[in-house]
Ligand binder design. Structure first.
Ligand SMILES: Cc1ncc(COP(=O)(O)O)c(C=O)c1O
Length: 387
């Protein structure tokens, strides 16, 4: 008999499927709203981490707007969420900027050359758009190299000596993003550095955006400390607005990837082949790398039956990891991966022609709505097939 506990999770849905849970988004939203109110700051939803129209409807009461990595996210944010639309990218094409100026309230440039290149388009837009510059404080405590925006030769942001040369006449604020899944103590040390290097400019600016990477809604995060830091900083530089733009904190623990065991083989250990892929459906598992939690599972050998969980693709390293279970896995068992809204939902691909997981939304009343299934047409049209 298949493992009952696993089958009970979302039994009505065909797998693989992402299930986003409204109740968890509301929990995160309420915590963020509390910070907004107590700290008198604005919080934007970083769409790069997670984006979904249903979630936007749910999150509207709790956040001030969205922040985007370019044209498509900006349009998505404007059309699905509203509020303030902020955009930052390492560079913008002329074609994209023509459209971005119709959508954005804030555009943060990565360099003064980009700012000056696009300034005529901003001026001709007939809209009042706040412009900012991303700074590189050359301070980050991010240990994983691929996520460190302040690493040597980083392409992100302007250093203090460059800002000194260029001045701040053309901008109304500064933006930094230097953190990744970190707590308020890291922000405090970062703000000390920003104060030392950029404090003299801040007094003459209207706003600062402190980026994302702040795990504000995580269990052990000290939100009172965050509130204190923001209030102090805002007062010290007489800023009109402090922005935060978290992604993970908006959607942490609000999504599941439900998968099915398709086969079990043996090669020195039992290997279960799932109807998913780390490379295609949860690429951060390989990129970061990290080990996602599966409901009811343990570390290898912690429970009686240990399996290597393998994926459908041809990539030899496409394993999700080794997991143990109380009961033997059987073909047809469902394995439910947790915390899959963040940087999984938005990062999927169709390598090997493997279909994308369907998308579902579980409302607070427990009803689970299937939002979208993907078909051969989705795969083939991306490749230029005329269908
Ligand atoms: C500029 C910027 N803002 C916000 C974020 C969101 O960060 P997180 O999802 O870690 O909160 C990122 C993530 O890479 C980013 O690059």
């Amino acid at each position: 008999m298949a493992n009952q506990a696993l089958l009970e999770n979302f039994p009505e849905l065909k797998t693989p499927v992402f299930v986003i849970t409204e109740a968890d988004l509301i929990r995160n939203g309420k915590l963020l709203k509390e910070v907004r109110e107590k700290a008198d700051c604005k919080i934007l939803w970083a769409l790069k981490c997670f984006a979904m129209p249903e979630a936007a409807q749910t999150l509207k009461p709790y956040l001030d707007g969205t922040c985007s990595s370019g044209l498509f996210e900006a349009r998505f944010g404007k059309e699905n969420f509203g509020g303030e639309t902020h955009v930052y990218a390492p560079a913008f094409s002329d074609e994209d900027m023509q459209k971005i100026v119709k959508l954005a309230d804030h555009i943060v440039f990565n360099s003064f050359s980009q700012l000056r290149h696009h300034r005529p388009t901003l001026q001709n837009s007939g809209r009042e758009i706040q412009t900012g510059i991303r700074i590189n404080p050359e301070y980050s405590e991010v240990a994983t190299k691929i996520y460190d925006p302040c690493a040597p030769f980083s392409r992100f942001g302007v250093k203090a000596e460059e800002l000194e040369k260029q001045g701040i006449k053309e901008i109304s604020g500064l933006h930094f993003h230097t953190m990744c899944e970190q707590k308020s103590d890291v922000l405090e040390r970062t703000l000390d550095v920003v104060t030392k290097k950029f404090g003299k400019f801040l007094r003459d600016l209207d706003w600062i955006n402190m980026g994302g990477g702040q795990h504000i809604t995580n269990e052990d995060y000290d939100r009172d400390h965050l509130v204190k830091l923001i209030k102090q900083f805002k007062t010290a530089f007489d800023l009109k607005t402090v922005y935060l733009e978290p992604g993970e904190a908006v959607a942490i623990n609000a999504g599941y990837l439900v998968t099915t065991v398709l086969d079990i083989i043996e090669n020195g250990m039992p290997i279960a082949i799932l109807d998913t892929s780390a490379a295609n459906h949860m690429p951060d598992v390989l990129e970061m790398p990290y080990r996602p939690y599966i409901i009811g599972s343990g570390q290898p050998k912690e429970k009686t039956y240990t399996y290597r969980l393998g994926a459908l693709t041809c990539l030899a390293g496409d394993y999700i990891g080794d997991y143990s279970f109380d009961k033997e896995l059987k073909v047809g068992d469902r394995l439910v991966f947790t915390d899959m809204a963040i940087y999984s939902f938005v990062k999927t691909c169709m390598f090997n022609g493997i279909g994308l997981p369907s998308l579902a939304y579980q409302k607070t009343n427990g009803e689970t709505k299937l939002i979208r299934e993907f078909t051969y047409e989705d795969y083939a049209s991306r490749l230029g097939a005329k269908l």
